[in-house]
Design a protein around this ligand. Structure first.
Ligand code: GDP
Ligand code: IMO
Ligand code: MG
Length: 420
């Protein structure tokens, strides 16, 4: 049975939610395996807009199910809010979601810490302030809480008592959260999830189920925000690549496809290197046409031309077997389109960055291609062919609008263009 992973091939917000939603019709299970409420995956389905921060994008298929895996950090408040929004339009949908009991929780003090530390940094990272870094830090330093603690109140109290003692010693009066409020918050969230009839499971139990059916793994963020291989320290705190499926007990060898989603140009939210960044009117125009404002924080996204060295790097790092290009429609009507084909790194020409260091010093080398007024034109096809040849991986699907149905295979596009 088909196993597919969809990951971001740039700095996030490539349109993964829309692409997952397009494919979700064909899959029994949609699985999120990393990140938390820092993600914002936008879907336009039957005329309504949904922004999923925590939930896998399962909406179209009425019997599909969603799994939230142990590589995630759960923001229970956001989760309950999101489920309530979906319940309004799809009553009973919450019972189609399963959460791994091993998953770590984002606690109210993680959000406070994110705020405090960002404000203390000489050079901030520009985090989403959703507590992601502190929650993953606590996981690694063994000060975290897993979901199953909520079902043993004695264990929960004892654990929080220990952690709170440490937090208070570290932050003193700066920390406003108090232990009793946090316990109340957690038990309240647990009761709400119970009312919504959300299910709990573990990857141990789910392994058999997943292996007997079709599963789509929905990545969060993008390869260049990956903790290990992104533009560190301007990254998120989790794995953003297909390898992240290991947190739900899978190996990348079990995946039939790993699709990297890329925009026809590049965007980035937050700080950090961005070799092909553009400014001024050119950037404002694309930002406006592409509505490039963060789905989670509303911040204006930084804009740049398509970056092939970054894409080659993403292909190698995440083992991409195919590409899906989105937002090609945003470039409609632009006369000449720039593409970065190489970097100059300390005087040397490179087609692929050797390590994430290269992104900090790269000078982009561009070529210019003729633009198109509509994606059903030969010039757009030339743009696609150029990318494919340069990167050495096929672009299999094209998204040309925000709605789920505004997407087609490349073969379909080629036929359309040749028929004209
Ligand atoms: P994600 O985090 O990768 O799921 O992406 P986001 O949802 O944060 O940002 C992508 C934005 O582009 C959303 O507003 C989508 O509705 C929109 N979008 C996705 N695909 C297309 C497309 O092909 N064309 C246009 N114009 N918008 C798109
Ligand atoms: P999706 O899944 C774009 C960025 C933040 C910041 C850095 C660290 O929607 O593509 P964090 O809050 O994770 O500690 O912030 O990572 N970032 C994203 N940028 N899309 C995302 O997710 C992001 N998730 C985190 O802007 O620069
Ligand atoms: Mg997003």
């Amino acid at each position: 049975m088909n196993k597919m992973s969809i990951v971001g091939a740039q700095w996030g917000d490539e349109g993964k939610g829309k692409v997952v939603n397009y494919f979700s019709e064909k899959f029994e299970w949609i699985v999120r395996f990393s990140g938390g409420a820092n993600a914002g995956h936008t879907i336009y389905y039957k005329g309504r807009k949904y922004v999923n921060h925590m939930l896998p994008s399962i909406t179209p298929r009425s019997d599909s199910k969603g799994f939230l895996g142990a590589g995630m950090v759960l923001d229970l408040e956001k989760l309950v809010d999101e489920l309530n929004v979906l319940e309004n339009d799809f009553p009973g949908i919450s019972s189609r979601f399963y959460i791994d009991l091993e998953t770590f929780l984002v606690l109210p003090w993680h959000k406070e810490e994110d705020e405090i530390i960002e404000n203390m940094r000489k050079k901030p990272i520009g985090t989403t302030r959703r507590g992601i870094g502190p929650a993953y830090t606590d996981k690694v330093s063994r000060e975290g809480i897993k979901l199953y603690y909520l079902f043993d109140e004695r264990l929960l109290e004892e654990r929080l008592d220990n952690i709170y003692y440490l937090k208070k010693s570290q932050y003193g009066e700066k920390l406003k959260s108090n232990k009793d409020d946090v316990i109340e918050y957690l038990l309240n969230a647990r009761n709400n999830l119970e009312k919504l009839k959300v299910n709990y499971a573990s990857a141990v139990e789910m392994g058999k189920v997943f292996r007997s059916t079709s599963v789509l793994f929905e990545g969060a963020q993008g390869v260049l925000l990956d903790l290990d291989f992104g533009t560190y320290p301007f990254v998120t705190s989790s794995s953003c690549m297909a390898h992240g499926v290991s947190s739900v007990g899978f190996s990348t060898f079990e995946l039939d496809e790993v699709y990297g989603v890329l925009k026809a140009y590049t965007t980035r939210v937050g700080e950090g290197p961005f070799p092909t960044e553009i400014f001024g009117d050119e950037a404002s125009k694309i930002r406006k046409l592409g509505n490039e404002f963060g789905a989670t924080t509303g911040r204006p996204r930084r804009i740049g031309w398509l970056d092939l060295p970054a894409l080659r790097y993403a292909k190698i790092r995440s083992g991409l077997t195919g590409l899906v290009i989105t937002k090609a429609d945003v470039l409609n009507g632009i006369d000449k389109i720039k593409i970065c084909t190489h970097y100059e790194v300390n005087g040397k020409l490179k087609d692929t960055p050797s390590s994430s260091y290269d992104f900090f010093v790269a000078k982009p080398i561009y070529i210019e291609l003729d633009g198109w007024t509509d994606t059903n034109e030969i010039n757009f096809l030339k743009y696609l062919s150029f990318i494919q040849e340069e990167v050495g991986v096929d672009i299999d699907y094209i998204s040309y609008g925000p709605k789920t149905e505004e997407m087609c295979s490349k073969n379909h596009l080629v036929l359309n263009i040749h028929r004209k």
